[in-house]
Write a protein that binds this ligand. Structure first.
Ligand code: NAD
Length: 373
């Protein structure tokens, strides 16, 4: 279950010149925990950005980093991004992250994961871990041997399993919200949509769109997969060099990040951008503004790809998959609110989403203070 957050950029370039406390203070992080066990070879960082809305959730990323400072920087960024993702999605989680420094292919062992689980457990539920790059559902099962504060388990052991159907559904609701705001009704019949990437999420999205008689174009770098999806759902294949110039209603990036940049934005011939890929805006400030100026409606990726987070939420709450799908439907109204705020304040949708997330956190902070008094 991937709950990879969109990375909200922050200036941590000068980590070495700043104390850790300066950095934690600058972006209001609450806590950073360094986990070290030489005997099992564990070096890990757990970062808690904000727990106003609930326990901090965020994946465990196992990766080799050039320096320890790079790992800290990544953890600080990712945990902050999770705070925003949870807040805008309307779930009661805060933002956290964990990094295990190492090569997941060669250094991941049962004892290392279980020792890491013990460190997570020592935080008594203020941090809940899940999947990220370098970890998988089986790893979560192993971590669970030491702590209950874990999500993303396989469905065979009571977890929520593969999150991509929920992500496809949340993206679908993001697209419908954009269509509604632009055309006055959210029918997809006859609308033209390009799905870039026909992987787990992309294929699920193609199925949902075709089910409502949208005209669907697809592109992928893996030809076999693309042909299979085209034949199965009646979608039309588009060569990769044509995708940014295509005259369509919706461009749905479901492959990789950074596709909205100085080169592509001037070429785009679509009215709405709404897809699952993380970090679609190469530069959030600059490219969010460029899309606003070009009158192209951008549904923020970190909101509409929140299916993975929603399925973790359901898993921990013990909800059924039908309840998870209902929760994914909330993305429709949430996306409309973002678009309306962006219009009202003439700001990019990305900025509008950030403001809505901050408003929710600040308002809940008030009642939390009331509770603790
Ligand atoms: P996936 O690996 O199953 O599919 C990605 C597809 O994109 C593959 O078929 C790949 O061949 C294709 N691709 C790669 N580069 C391409 C390119 N340049 N042009 C066209 N196609 C290209 O991944 P997924 O699980 O479907 O996720 C898709 C995206 O959504 C990823 O960016 C992922 O981080 C993001 N996301 C996924 C989830 C989830 O629940 N799976 C949740 C949030 C975000």
């Amino acid at each position: 279950m991937a709950i990879l957050p969109t990375v909200i950029k922050m200036d941590t370039e000068n980590l070495i010149n700043n104390s850790i406390f300066d950095l934690l203070g600058r972006f209001s992080h609450q806590q950073i925990v360094f986990c070290n066990d030489e005997e099992v070879g564990l070096k890990a960082i757990i970062t808690i950005h904000n727990t106003t809305l609930g326990p901090a959730i965020g994946g465990t990323r196992m990766l080799e980093y050039r320096t320890e400072e790079d790992a800290i920087r990544d953890s600080l960024r990712l945990s902050k991004a999770m705070t925003y993702k949870s807040a805008i999605t309307g779930v009661n989680f805060g933002g956290g992250n964990a990094i295990i420094i190492g090569d997941s292919r060669t250094q991941k062992t049962e004892v290392l994961l279980r020792r890491f689980g013990q460190f997570v457990n020592e935080l008594n539920g203020s941090y809940i871990t899940s999947l990220d790059i370098g970890t998988n559902p089986r790893d979560m099962e192993i971590i669970k041997m030491e702590t209950p504060y874990v999500a993303g388990l396989p469905s065979s052991v009571g977890g929520s399993g593969d999150s991509s159907p929920f992500t496809a559904k949340s993206v679908y609701y993001g697209i419908k919200a954009g269509i509604k705001e632009l055309f006055g009704n959210d029918s997809l019949a006859g609308r033209t949509v390009l799905v870039q990437g026909t992987g787990q999420v992309g294929e699920g999205l193609v199925a949902l769109l075709r089910n409502e008689n949208a005209k669907v174009y697809i592109s992928d770098i893996v030809e076999d997969r693309m042909i299979k999806v085209a034949n199965k759902y009646g979608a039309e294949i588009v060569q990769n060099n044509r995708i940014y110039d295509l005259d369509i209603d919706v461009y749905a990036p479901c492959a990789l990040g950074g596709t909205l940049n100085d080169n592509t934005i001037p070429r785009l011939n679509c009215k709405i951008i709404a897809g699952s890929a993380n970090n679609q805006l190469e530069d959030e400030g600059k490219h969010g503004k460029m899309l606003l100026e070009r009158g192209i409606l951008f549904a923020p990726d970190y909101l509409i790809n929140a299916g993975g987070l929603i399925s973790c939420y359901s898993e921990l709450a013990g909800y059924s998959s039908s309840r998870t799908l209902e929760l994914a439907e909330n993305i429709y109204e949430a996306t409309r609110s973002v678009i309306q705020r962006s219009r009202a304040e003439n700001i990019s949708t990305h900025l509008a989403a950030n403001k809505i997330a901050e408003d929710r956190i600040n308002s809940i902070k008030i009642i939390n203070n009331f509770k603790s008094n």
